[in-house]
Write a protein that binds this ligand. Structure first.
Ligand SMILES: [Zn+2]
Length: 292
């Protein structure tokens, strides 16, 4: 299935990522409704990674336009008080948005989003908090299929029918899960295995230079540098990469040239796409990869 991905992502200002075919939105930064226009009405599930304002300030307008009975469903990290506060405020400010559902979620929780697709939350280390406290999450989208177990694959259809009658369909089948899309949210690079075997990884790369980092780490929430992301990508199995959340201090040309060079140095040749600061990327995967 082609995924029509439209996204805006600039560190500090706003991040939102829409995957049209899955009626899915990751994060809800400023400008989301103005950028998506009518397409925003198709969104049913919104997964917010963390309560930094640039990841949720598009919600008031988005809900004002698109709330309907029981929709959309907004999932957010369990221990962030910002979301209940916003829900309460919007319920008064725009009472018709009360149809929207708000649900708190935690590490490893799985939310079905439509038939054959589910989203799993994974803790990340963007916000410093103890294990068991949930303030910043990454998300993985899985496609699920009910398949005949390997041991029955050589059986005839009559044999299968008999077993199904005797023991039930569930005895014959197993659910397989394929990680089709992963979204890092804001995060430092930590455990490489989180993203291994994602068909598409959407990862933040706030900084082009390592030296920007020490100033930031000590006082603020943690981010990734392009080197850290690409060092990881070289070691894992993914088919496509979208880089997001660059700092607005970098010009488009700097990002393009730097990423191309670093991909070449590491001999990474999978298609890499970029969401540039200040620009909305439309149907990103249909465009030309930066290294193509
Ligand atoms: Zn951010």
């Amino acid at each position: 299935m082609h995924h029509t991905i439209t996204a805006y992502s600039t560190a500090l200002f706003s991040t939102w990522i829409n995957i049209e075919e899955l009626n899915l939105l990751f994060d809800a930064g400023d400008g989301l409704s103005a950028g998506l226009l009518q397409k925003s009405m198709k969104v049913k599930h919104v997964f917010i990674t963390h309560p930094d304002r640039d990841h949720l300030h598009g919600l008031p307008q988005f809900l004002q336009l698109n709330s309907r009975p029981n929709l959309p469903i907004i999932s957010y990290p369990k221990d962030s008080g910002s979301f209940p506060a916003m829900q309460q405020f919007l319920g008064k400010f725009d009472p018709h948005t009360q149809g929207a559902q708000w649900q708190e979620i935690e590490d490893r929780q799985v939310i079905p989003i439509k038939k054959g697709f589910e989203v799993e939350a994974i803790r990340n280390e963007h916000i410093d908090c103890p294990v068991g406290v949930h303030k910043s999450l990454s998300y993985k989208v899985f496609e699920t299929k009910n398949k005949l177990k390997p041991e029955f694959q050589a059986f005839t259809s009559d044999q299968i029918k008999n077993i199904a009658q005797e023991k039930g369909r569930e005895f014959l089948t197993e659910i397989t899960r394929k990680n089709i899309i992963s979204f890092s949210g804001d995060t430092p690079v930590d455990d490489y295995s989180k993203w291994d075997h994602s068909d598409l990884l959407i990862h933040e790369a706030t900084f082009l230079k390592d030296e920007s980092k020490p100033n930031v780490v000590s006082t603020k929430n943690k981010h990734s540098t392009i080197d850290e992301v690409l060092d990881m990508v070289r070691e894992i199995n993914i088919k496509q990469l979208i880089l997001t959340h660059f700092s607005s201090r970098y010009a488009r040309e700097d990002i393009e040239m730097t990423v191309r060079k670093k991909l070449k140095d590491r001999k990474i040749d999978l298609p890499v796409f970029i969401v540039y600061p200040g620009e909305i990327g439309r149907d990103i995967l249909a465009g030309k990869p930066v290294n193509g």
